[in-house]
Design a binder for this molecule. Sequence first.
Ligand code: G3P
Ligand code: MG
Length: 248
Amino acid sequence: MWPYPKVLAHRGAGKLAPENTLAALRCGLALGFHAVEFDVMLSKDSVPVLMHDPEFGRTVAGSGLVAGTNAADLQEMDAGSWFDVRFRGEPVPSYEQVIHFCRGHQIWMNTEIKPSPGHDEATGRIVAELSAACFADVVSGDPARLPLLSSFSMTALRAAKRAAPQIPRALLLDNPHPDWKSMLQELSAVALHVNHKHLSQEWAAEIKNAGYGLFCYTVNEPERAHELLRWGVDAFCTDYPDRIPADF
Ligand code: G3P
Ligand code: MG
């Protein structure tokens, strides 16, 4: 039901190093993490890159839109200085680079499809296609090695399912949704990913009884993590892989 690791480093290890960069992945790896969540968005020329915000200003200095900038220009931009001067010049990595890094280091991936506004269909389709192409050798092997594609966007997940049905999907929900079960069915999803702040013990039991994987974001307190695991939660991501170890 949940063949994947139990604890994931959120946005790489996005509070210990600049989120959604190779530096963050290296930081998680150094702490013994072989499981990661990160966000993927399309550049203007439709290249999937690691990015959370659709506009510059927080993790990349300046103003402008990710969807208005070509990948070559994005890769020249500084995604590290905002975090610490030690990371000055850390580039925006492409999803393909990150896949190669993760495969090279046996890191399992939860790829969050994070469309810029209005780009849901294309982002879901292209991220799924690239995932399928990079894991073509794994598809007939151990399914637990495939990335899990998740998104808050039904449109993106529908497009991912059409483009690469063999790559597993999960629906992200912030608040409980009355139609969660039919949404998962429509997507042929394997799991529901929820904000742990809005999960009740009753809802957790319902999700597990329905046969789905249950994942929580973003859990930073060990006591809360223990409680969620007691409720039947299969896995969660944390901003602090130094506080909640991989073998928690
Ligand atoms: O995938 C779980 C979590 O990352 C969703 O929220 O905003 O951190 O991408 P966010
Ligand atoms: Mg995310």
